[in-house]
Ligand binder design. Structure first.
Ligand code: ZN
Ligand code: FE
Length: 275
């Protein structure tokens, strides 16, 4: 409850620019809430209840629900929120979803009029076969990406329905976004990911600093998100397979020389799975 209270404290209905709020849900999910004036949009509502409370408390109208992939901790609240609000539901073309009005694939774009926000779609398979991301520029000028369970702060999603090669390509699309892009991923896994990343790259000073910052944030009950693409490029081993420090650590873990980004990635993913 204390963390939900934090989420609700973030909302100021008098702000005339879009606010981006990570609403804690389930054990470690965030449902991203965008709001501007009396209008709101949510991303990956695994449950409806915390969003229903915020909509009621702030008299917000839910206009749209964005889904990144089919896992229940991302879509479980979509039907209830749709029934409550009539919001339009957007989701990936290639996945089975409990509700979806508009099916999306790479190079599609959607415009959310009430937020003055246009989002373009990236296909980012690997965690699931049809996983998509939504990228665009908020009215604050900040680029933002909603990447579900593909790129995490200092980590990445497990490969439930894809291959290392697919995930490397998907992460490559995210890595190509502007460095200042706000990375809005769907789980608070940051401390566990950083603990592992420090085993991979103990000498990375940016990583050491990030560990200190994240520990402080969590000790105050604050989210460590959003991250940025720049921070991930500097500190996330999965985004740095060709850095000498990362590839040699991955080779040591595998017990064999690794000659490609995909081979390094596969070793890192295995290492993290067993960490
Ligand atoms: Zn998932
Ligand atoms: Fe998830």
């Amino acid at each position: 409850m204390s963390s939900l209270h934090y989420g609700s404290n973030m909302i100021n209905r008098d702000n005339n620019l879009t606010q981006l709020v990570p609403v804690p849900a389930l054990s470690d999910n965030y449902i991203w809430l965008l709001c501007k004036g009396k209008h709101a949009v949510v991303v990956d509502p695994g449950v409806a209840e915390p969003i229903e409370k915020l909509l009621a408390q702030y008299h917000l109208t839910l206009d749209a629900i964005l889904l990144t992939h089919h896992h229940n901790d991302h879509v479980g609240g979509a039907v209830a929120l749709k029934n409550l609000s009539g919001a339009k539901v957007y989701g990936p073309l290639g996945e089975t979803l409990p509700v979806c009005d508009v099916r999306l694939k790479e190079d599609d774009s959607i415009t959310l009029d009430t937020l003055d926000l246009t989002l373009s779609i990236l296909d980012i398979p690997g965690h699931t076969a049809g996983h998509i991301a939504y990228f665009g520029y908020l009215d604050t000028g900040k680029p933002v990406v909603f990447c579900g369970d593909t790129l995490f702060a200092a980590g990445c999603g497990r490969l439930f329905e894809g291959t290392p090669a697919q995930m490397v390509e998907s992460l490559g699309k995210l890595k190509a976004l502007p460095l200042e892009t706000l990375v809005c991923c769907a789980h608070e896994y940051t401390l566990a990911n950083l603990r592992w990343a420090l085993q991979v790259e103990p000498g990375n000073t940016a990583l050491q600093q990030r560990w200190q910052t994240a520990q402080q944030q969590r000790s105050e009950g604050l989210p460590t998100l959003p991250s940025t693409i720049g921070a991930e490029l500097d500190t996330n081993p999965f985004c740095r397979p060709l850095q000498q420090s990362v590839s040699s650590a991955a080779a040591a873990y595998a017990g064999a020389p690794l000659t490609s980004a995909v081979a390094v990635f596969a070793s890192l993913r295995e290492w993290k799975n067993n960490f």
